[in-house]
Design a protein around this ligand. Structure first.
Ligand SMILES: [Zn+2]
Length: 221
């Protein structure tokens, strides 16, 4: 389905993830430190079935990563990424984001357009090379906030203090964009493993949280 979503602020997208983690913790889930147990959240917190399957062959799309079937309460992940821990975890989290943020919209739009019974279809076919639409941007942002909560990232960056303090000594003003990106990459290399995500995913998260944008912010570490 070509799901049409309205623009949502980054703060509201962060809140979707924070609420999930708060509820998970309230029912006994442990999120005191990374990694966030995304499979447990899917199966035990949300009550969804998690299936790894050869979606690329079945759907005839060579770059599909995962999809979510609302009526079946099922999240499917393509078997080709099963061994790539970072990609696998992020795709699981991305599908959780669709479930939380887009499920009701999907049902409403499907009701409007389904005059005749049709084959089951997922909310979105989540693909590697698909141009980033608003619906996918939203799922990515929520997915990142689930796996890399702001507080935990700030805590982890304390282990980059040496790297960051070295930078501070040489700088008196705001970083320029390429320097921030490079610094975020170096920090990501130090901390990504504990979050069980890829280096690039970690780097993007550090950047989108704007934790390295000014000397003032870095020196708070
Ligand atoms: Zn998606």
């Amino acid at each position: 389905m070509n799901l049409k979503v309205e623009w949502t602020s980054p703060e509201d997208l962060e809140f979707v993830a924070e609420k999930l983690l708060f509820d998970y913790q309230a029912t006994g889930g442990d999120i005191s430190r990374p990694p966030i147990p995304i499979e447990d959240i899917i199966e035990n917190k949300l009550g969804l079935e998690l299936i790894v399957d050869d979606l690329r062959t079945k759907q005839g799309k060579p770059d599909i990563l995962g999809c979510t079937y609302v009526e079946d309460k099922t999240i499917c992940i393509d078997s080709s990424i099963q061994e790539e821990e970072g990609q696998y975890n992020f795709t699981c989290s991305h599908e959780v984001a669709h479930w939380l943020k887009h499920k009701d919209l999907y049902l409403a739009q499907r009701k409007q357009t389904s005059l005749l019974p049709r084959e089951k279809e997922p909310i979105v076919m989540c693909r590697l090379t698909k141009a980033i639409q608003q619906v996918e941007y939203q799922a990515n942002r929520i997915a990142a906030a689930i796996l890399m909560p702001r507080k935990q990232v700030i805590e982890a960056l304390k282990d980059c203090r040496q790297l960051l303090s070295g930078e501070i000594r040489h700088r008196t003003q705001y970083y320029i964009k390429s320097e921030v990106e490079q610094l975020a990459r170096e920090c990501a290399l130090i901390i990504y493993k504990r979050f069980r995500v890829s280096i690039q995913t970690m780097q993007i998260r550090i950047l989108e949280l704007r934790l390295l944008n000014s000397i003032g912010t870095v020196s708070l570490l």
